[in-house]
Design a protein around this ligand. Sequence first.
Ligand SMILES: Nc1ncnc2c1ncn2[C@@H]1O[C@H](COP(=O)(O)OP(=O)(O)OP(=O)(O)O)[C@@H](O)[C@H]1O
Ligand SMILES: [Mg+2]
Length: 250
Amino acid sequence: MEKGREPLMIRFQKVFKSFSGHMVLNNLSFDIETNTVVSILGPSGIGKTTILRLISGAINPDFGVVEVTGKKIGYIFQDPRLLPWRTARDNVALGLIAEGKPKDESRRIAAGWMKKLDLEGFEDYYPGELSGGMMQRVSIGRALAIEPDILLMDEPFSNLNVELKKTLMTMLESIFEEYQTTVVYVTHDISEAVRISDKILSILPGSVTEEIQPDDFQKLMQNSCIDEYESDLTKKRKKEPMFTKKVTAI
Ligand SMILES: Nc1ncnc2c1ncn2[C@@H]1O[C@H](COP(=O)(O)OP(=O)(O)OP(=O)(O)O)[C@@H](O)[C@H]1O
Ligand SMILES: [Mg+2]
């Protein structure tokens, strides 16, 4: 089936959400089709995490409609949020056990995910004995093990170094190819968004949205969100003043 004609998975229709009188989402509308990977870009405080929390059902809109089709939602946070008293494998198995799967079967499935995420041999380690990247992979395993219909990812790699980020992005890409799932991926990194998504949803002040195709570089460059996400390299180049050193021999 042609993408874009696929059935809807998530629909926000004229959604309003405020906290303590502070309006965060102001008449926000967008659609996400099934089995697409959509990145959400937007400045800090614009309401990206709030959107994910609305999709997950953790909070409700004040007005408007949030429509979500599907049964299971996986949520990957910026920090791994593992249970420190459980082993890595048992952390991955958490969602499965919560679903009512027998412990042995849950642990077997969890071990399979650990292998896929290159964590074989670390099954019995506790979170405190793992590196930051390993902990984040455990949290990815925990979200994927339940085979979610919708996977919500909130800047999952922002605390990791560039090399590790690249490795994990490659891992995720092959997982997304193997398991068809709808992904909503919040990031500040435009290159991550371009690489991973079928569609980019830019949230602008006033909850104005703009849909951008990842290969539409012209639109990406025109979009005001680019100002905030321009690469560090460009920023550095701009900051470093040109100078000519003049050495005079006496
Ligand atoms: N539970 C809450 N109680 C009060 N205010 C909240 C709550 N959750 C979010 N907010 C406010 O809503 C606004 C949007 O927050 P949100 O976390 O959705 O932004 P964001 O786009 O994810 O930002 P960032 O890129 O920094 O993560 C902020 O002003 C925040 O203070
Ligand atoms: Mg956020």
